[in-house]
Ligand binder design. Structure first.
Ligand SMILES: *Cc1c(COP(=O)(O)O)cnc(C)c1O
Length: 480
């Protein structure tokens, strides 16, 4: 909050000292920014959904170095309008159908403002007791909304934590089980640890494996097929495990997904967890996108079998009306995380921690500093209430099913995978494409022309390629 009442240049040193938190300036400029954003939302449909700029566009428009003297917020906001907005892909536009949604909401946004406004760093309980306690409470609330077994809740010996991303959830749980396993079999066996997943598993798992020091060669993406709706098959998993055991390797971690990224497939959690249990494998369930839907009783069955898993995570910032970032992770055994991730320093010593009366979330995550994310989710849950949030999610699924029905009734299109949630995978059907034209190329060109038009934004996925016995070629289809 630059002090604009300052007449002197900062350079000549005679100015009174900058008060970066002057509350009256904060009020004035804050209101201007809210008005600016309200106008943005009012006009959002007038912008091309996918930004149309060329690489390097901003370099040409902005000065080579930072300004020496203060500039007023009015000027800066004009430049945001003129130079930044053209380079924005409008994720909140009603015509944005790409990737998974990033459903913002007024409550999520205001919660973010409150959190940023307090600007606290809640690494342990004493650093801001409300941040820790609200996070634990909201995680238990959410866990109950998802009807998780009590073993995942604080009230039942487990517990939840909020991260920035699912990638972080992978890395922290992988590190926890890695260290737990190595403490039994010896650290020299790191190279023998094996991670299982399906060929539909999100690519971020691979990065976590790399960071955790596990050999990339020891990741087993088990092939799925279109005839199985791209679900991970428990028998194929068992065969892979047996073959690794015979080779002297050590099974460690099995990633199951509820709502995969390309096809929104749901792995059969119960049977997969049964296999994993026999071999003492940690099972994280990644429900990054679809987890939100499972708060509706009619979609809860997608989590059937969760009681056999070790952890579950989902991104509230995808579909639960919460702004980026907010990934919620529950674990049955917090001590596994804490043993792998805790650190202690003299400056952090305090009575509450020593008396073991509190959660110190720094020991549940990679970084020391952490944001007050619980505040925004708390605002969302209170402002809308569970019943309205359920209706919101249902409304999206109903729209997707309606769209799927329209496609199914139109011979020019083909629905590529079942619409489990609010993502529809479809393509122009090969029979509707002129003879001699490549099906994938035709679909890709159509997609690019839609995106280039600015009227809507969609993305493609490739599913059911090499592993699909019923189709010789790769299927390219749009997901919306
Ligand atoms: C979005 C998504 C991820 C990655 O999430 P980040 O929070 O960006 O790391 C992982 N898995 C699935 C199924 C997803 O949909």
């Amino acid at each position: 909050m630059g002090d604009l009442k300052l007449n002197h240049s900062v350079e000549n040193g005679s100015a009174s000292m900058l008060n970066p938190l002057d509350h009256e300036e904060f009020r004035r400029q804050g209101h201007m920014v809210i008005d600016f954003l309200a106008d943005y939302y009012q006009n959002i449909e007038t912008y091309p959904v996918r930004s149309q700029v060329e690489p390097g566009y901003l370099q040409e428009r902005l000065p080579q170095s930072a300004p020496l003297n203060p500039e007023p917020i009015e000027t800066i906001l004009k430049d945001v309008q003129k130079h930044i907005i053209p380079g924005i892909t409008h994720w909140q536009s009603p015509n944005f159908f790409a990737y998974f949604s990033a459903c913002g909401s007024i409550a999520g946004f205001l919660g973010e403002m409150l959190s940023t406004g307090f600007n606290i760093v809640g690494f342990n309980w004493v650093a801001s007791p409300a941040a820790t306690e609200l996070e634990s409470i909201v995680m238990d609330w959410l866990g109950k909304m998802l009807k998780l077994p009590s073993s995942f809740l604080f009230s039942g010996g487990g517990g939840g934590v909020m991260y920035a991303s699912t990638s972080e959830a992978f890395l922290c749980t992988l590190t926890a089980i890695r260290d737990q396993k190595l403490s039994v079999i010896g650290r020299e066996n790191l190279g023998k640890l094996v991670v299982y997943c399906s060929d539909q598993t999100h690519f971020s798992l691979k990065k976590s494996v790399q960071i955790a020091g596990i050999s990339p060669e020891n990741v087993r993406p088990i092939l799925t097929s279109k005839s199985d709706d791209f679900q991970l098959c428990p028998e194929s998993l068992r065969l892979a495990i047996i073959s690794d055991l015979e080779a002297g390797l050590i099974p460690l971690y099995l990633c199951c997904t509820v709502g995969t990224t390309s096809s929104t497939a749901v792995d059969p959690l119960g049977p997969l967890c049964d296999v994993a249990k026999e071999y003492r494998i940690w099972v994280p369930v990644d429900a990054a996108y679809a987890g939100s839907a499972c708060i509706c009783p009619e979609f809860r069955h997608f989590l059937d079998g969760i009681e056999g898993a070790n952890s579950l995570s989902f991104n509230a910032h995808k579909w639960l009306l919460t702004t980026l970032d907010c990934c919620c992770l529950w674990v049955k055994d917090p001590s596994a995380l804490i043993n792998a991730l805790s650190t202690n320093a003299e400056i952090l010593k305090n009575k509450a921690t020593e008396a073991k009366q509190v959660v110190d979330y720094k020991d549940w995550q990679m970084a020391l500093g952490r944001r007050f994310r619980a505040l925004k989710l708390w605002l969302v849950l209170r402002s809308y209430g569970v019943a309205r949030i359920r209706d919101f999610l249902r409304g999206h699924v109903e729209m997707a099913k309606h769209f799927e029905m329209l496609l199914a009734a139109d011979k020019r299109f083909e629905v590529v995978f079942p619409t489990n949630f609010a993502t529809v995978g479809f393509r122009v059907s090969p029979s509707a494409i002129p003879n001699g034209e490549d099906v994938n190329a035709f679909n890709q060109n159509l997609l690019e022309s839609i995106n280039a038009s600015g009227g809507a934004h969609m993305v493609h996925a490739v599913v059911g390629g090499v592993c699909d016995p019923t189709s010789g070629a790769l299927d390219t289809e749009f997901c919306s």
